[in-house]
Design a protein around this ligand. Structure first.
Ligand code: NAD
Ligand code: UDP
Length: 338
């Protein structure tokens, strides 16, 4: 049985992926410093699967501590989720983002090389496309970055491309996620934002549960079907499945590959509100606000390459995503906090 090291495995996407890995009978080792997550997520994954997760609580930027994980385990592949992800915060404290996201990745690559672990999937983001020339977005589109968070993703992608050229024994999957939402259908694990959410769906669910008063819809004068922005929302469980398929690809010795993980469908903010209202069973109060700096009108993936080369196809609809997001929020109004 293969052993997968999951950095950031206690986080939102990480915890759902750890669950999927355990269900597929992989051994899982998680490294996390819990800067943006809770140990309870892992306890709940253990409860759901009846399996134990080997956990190292450490910062990937601490190379000495991190090296212990490689010394003590035989690792077949790494899924590298660990990173800071708040766009707004990255604008205000860019060094924190460069330091955390870049140092952790460089340490990881050095350790993988030293311990001859040659397979890695990296969490990139559709943000690397900036404002695309057209939609759907294909993997070979030009990359443009407008904020420090996105720049850390692009720099890491560039590091991986440079590294791959001189280390052909490495198999590297760059996975560009579109907009992950939803939660495991059990309602036991889900997204647990710190403070007031920045992202649309967690904001809506907190309005629905009564923690926030009203949603602000950022802009209704975009050149889209209803004037609000369009995004490619993907269920976090579909995303988790994408990582399992990416591992198969890595184990087939693929070299460096890059895939969009999205559904290929774009929904407007108003369509998402409507789907959430249906799931919640009551209206979501909202009002229109000015555009948010940095937002682009329309962003959705071409999912064709991932489908053709990985066999990846998102299964969950917007309705499913809305139902599972709400199920998580209503069962856990305070996330993992009691
Ligand atoms: P998350 O914050 O829930 O998970 C990240 C995890 O990494 C957390 O558990 C955090 O504690 C941990 N972590 C951060 N820095 C660390 C460090 N130096 N050492 C050890 N652990 C560390 O975020 P997520 O939504 O699960 O995202 C996972 C990855 O996917 C991130 O790299 C993120 O940038 C990327 N991504 C997320 C989205 C999204 O919308 N959620 C979209 C595109 C890409
Ligand atoms: N959005 C909004 N109100 C909010 C949060 C988000 O209208 O409180 C909009 C935002 O302008 C964007 C879409 O919802 O068009 C998705 O935003 P999110 O932050 O979830 O993801 P992004 O695509 O920006 O990474």
């Amino acid at each position: 049985m293969k052993t997968i090291l999951v950095t950031g495995g206690a986080g939102y996407i990480g915890s759902h992926t750890v669950l999927a890995l355990l269900e597929k009978k992989y051994e899982v080792i998680v490294v996390d410093n819990f800067v943006n997550s809770s140990k309870k997520a892992l306890a709940r994954v253990e409860k759901l699967t009846g399996k134990k997760i080997k956990l190292y609580e450490l910062d990937c930027c601490d190379k000495v501590k991190f090296s212990q994980v490689f010394k003590e385990n035989k690792i077949d592949a790494v899924i590298h989720f660990a990173g800071l992800k708040a766009v707004g915060e990255s604008v205000n404290v860019p060094l924190k983002y460069y330091e955390n996201n870049l140092f952790s990745t460089i340490n990881l690559l050095n350790l993988m090389q030293e311990y001859k672990v040659y397979n890695i999937a990296f969490s990139s983001s559709a943000t690397v496309y900036g404002e695309p020339k057209s939609v759907p977005i294909y993997e070979d589109f030009e990359l443009h970055i407008s904020n420090p968070y996105g720049r850390t993703k692009l720099i890491i992608e560039d590091i991986l491309r440079d590294f791959s050229k001189v280390n052909p024994e490495f198999n590297i999957a760059i996975l560009r996620y579109f907009n992950p939402i939803g939660a495991h259908p059990s309602g036991l694990i889900g997204e647990n934002p710190n403070g007031i959410p920045n992202n649309l769906v967690p904001y809506i669910t907190q309005v629905a549960v009564g923690k926030l008063k009203e949603l602000g819809v950022f802009g209704n004068d975009y050149p889209t079907k209803d004037g609000t922005c369009i995004r490619d929302y993907i269920h976090v469980c579909d995303l988790a499945e994408g990582h399992i398929l990416a591992l198969n690809k890595l184990f087939s010795k693929c070299g460096l590959v890059t895939y969009n993980l999205g559904t290929g469908k774009g929904y407007s903010v108003l369509e998402v509100i409507k789907a959430m209202e249906k799931a919640v069973g009551k209206p979501i109060p909202y009002s229109f606000k000015p555009r948010r700096a940095g937002d682009i009108p329309e962003c959705y993936a071409s999912p064709v390459k991932a489908e053709t080369e990985l066999g990846f196809k998102a299964k969950y609809s917007l309705e499913d995503m809305a139902r599972d997001s709400w199920n998580w929020q209503k069962n856990n109004p305070n996330g993992y906090d009691e």
